[in-house]
Design a protein around this ligand. Structure first.
Ligand code: AKG
Length: 265
């Protein structure tokens, strides 16, 4: 299987419609790939908080429409990264979109852990409530977004939901690039899963991005890794390796289920 991680450079200067057209053209060009992944919040300029409310879209809005057509044209699964979703009955959400090769929007995932560091996302967005796994035929995908990477309990829940391939779009700052790389590998080792983690490049909302999109196998080995600038990272992977790794080293068999409450002495 082949994946393309489109590490898009997102800048405050590029008008959203141009960025959307550019992203769609990049997806269409990946016609040899089985799965294409875009990063987090690229349609609204990532960290450009001021653009979130005005850039919010419904699930059949212009980004979903362009990405559906691009997935169909390329004939591949497309994790289109995330948009700011406008829910007519609620708050806005940081929502990932997953399209099948026929262009159907098969699942969405609302980011559960909002980035509370500078309060921006935690104040502006609603929190997702649903753990999302999707059987894509070649593997069961587990969906998470950016800051979620810091919360291993989510990934354990994805494992319990059958996840074999963890897909993580992000807008991860350069300041914590080592965390990004280390956590992507840690999640692969812990869950004995493949990890495809696609970041943005460039600087948006005044925050320089790490790039460094990464593909990791279930043993924690790096299959491919991007540099800091815009690029399409292509990687070949074998979904069967997940079951092989879990059979050869069945660590999940030894899990402590029903962890007792801590005792303070
Ligand atoms: O956890 C981090 O260091 C970055 C998280 C982040 O930028 C996000 O979730 O948007």
């Amino acid at each position: 299987m082949r994946a393309s991680l489109i590490q898009l450079a997102v800048s405050d200067a590029e008008p959203p419609a141009e960025r959307r057209a550019r992203a769609a053209a990049l997806v269409r060009a990946q016609d040899g790939a089985d799965l294409v992944v875009l990063p987090e919040l690229w349609p609204v300029g990532g960290f450009a908080y001021d653009a979130w409310a005005s850039g919010a879209e419904p699930l059949d809005g212009p980004t979903a429409e362009a990405m559906s057509a691009a997935a169909k044209a390329a004939g591949c699964w497309l994790h289109a990264g995330s948009i700011v979703e406008r829910d007519p009955d609620g708050p806005i959400y940081n929502t990932s979109l997953l399209f099948a090769p026929d262009g159907e929007l098969v699942r969405t995932y609302r980011k559960i852990h909002r980035f509370g560091f500078d309060r921006g996302e935690a104040v502006a967005m609603g929190a997702g409530q649903e753990i999302v796994t999707v059987d894509a035929g070649f593997a069961v995908l587990g969906l998470a977004t950016c800051y979620d990477l810091r919360f291993p309990e989510l990934f354990r829940a994805l494992l319990d939901g059958g996840a074999e391939l963890l897909v993580v779009p992000a807008a991860w700052p350069a300041r914590r690039a080592e965390h990004w790389n280390l956590l992507a590998r840690a999640r692969a080792v812990e869950e004995q899963a493949l990890v495809l983690a696609c970041n943005t490049a460039g600087t948006h909302g005044g925050v320089e991005q790490a790039g460094g999109s990464i593909a990791v196998d279930p043993w924690g080995r790096v299959l491919a890794e991007a540099g800091p600038d815009e690029q399409v990272l292509t990687v070949d992977f074998d979904p069967a390796e997940v079951a092989e790794c879990r059979a050869e080293f069945p660590v999940h068999r030894d899990r402590l289920l029903g962890i007792p409450a801590p005792v303070q002495r």
